[in-house]
Design a protein around this ligand. Structure first.
Ligand code: SAM
Length: 220
């Protein structure tokens, strides 16, 4: 997936993955995915030099590409395998979509900003991702026609876990989402669906995300 890139970019990419390992990412599957996906393709061209720093960067529309460590942490927590059907809310640049798609069987991703969704689609096609589908809309309502999902990853912070997303989680499936005020920090939360009405909730860590705007998120 990385194609031909200059030596310095490749070294920075390797150093970023080493840092993720040092910061506690254990899953080799996730570390390999972080090594496969070229983050420099997903950041605005004038910020390409910063693509392998462990930080969020602006991508337009007041939104950001997520910090690599947080993408790795959420992907690891989601427990995805090659058979997984994954729903992602907040496509943004498409970077985390590409990371998820490099592990999962199928990824469905929803973005509310049309311009971001279109740019993400172009980048996913440029990097050869063929198992991700993007839709423009309100991700707080999920994607009922494609449910159930083995994993749901929400890349924006809402006031609570949307009921629509709980309902679209497969039994045994896992949802990862930052919960808390738009001003942050928020609590990265894991929900495992143990039975039809049985959800096990756990707090994972403190994070800082842009707000989840929608019918079952924050008001605009
Ligand atoms: N993980 C992405 C990446 O790697 O580039 C970055 C995601 S960014 C932190 C959060 C995204 O969620 C923004 O692009 C924002 O427009 C989107 N968003 C916020 N509320 C949403 C909603 N209800 N439905 C879909 N997307 C939403």
């Amino acid at each position: 997936m990385t194609g031909t890139r200059d030596k310095q970019t490749e070294e920075r990419h390797r150093a970023m993955v080493d840092l993720l390992r040092k910061r506690g990412i254990r899953s080799q599957r996730v570390l390999d995915a972080m090594q496969r996906v070229p983050r420099d393709i997903f950041v605005p061209r004038h910020l390409a030099e910063l693509a392998y720093e462990d930080g969020a960067l602006p991508i337009g529309e007041g939104q950001t590409i997520s910090q690599p460590y947080v993408v790795a942490l959420m992907t690891e927590a989601a427990g995805i395998s090659a058979e997984s059907r994954v729903l992602e809310i907040g496509t943004g640049s498409g970077y985390s979509t590409a990371v998820l798609a490099s592990i999962a069987g199928q990824v469905f991703s929803i973005e509310r900003h049309e311009a971001l969704a279109e740019a993400a689609l172009r980048r996913l096609s440029e990097t050869g991702v063929e198992n991700a589908t993007i839709k423009i809309g309100d991700g707080t309502l999920g994607w009922p026609e494609r449910a159930p999902f083995d994993a749901i990853v929400v890349a924006a912070a809402g006031p609570r876990i949307p009921d629509a997303l709980r309902a679209q989680l497969a039994i045994g499936g896992r949802l990862i989402m930052p919960v808390g005020s738009g001003a942050g920090p928020q609590t990265l939360t894991s929900v495992v669906r143990r039975g039809t009405n049985d959800f096990e909730t756990r707090s994972l860590s403190k994070v800082s995300f842009v707000p989840l705007i929608g019918a079952q998120g924050w008001q605009r």
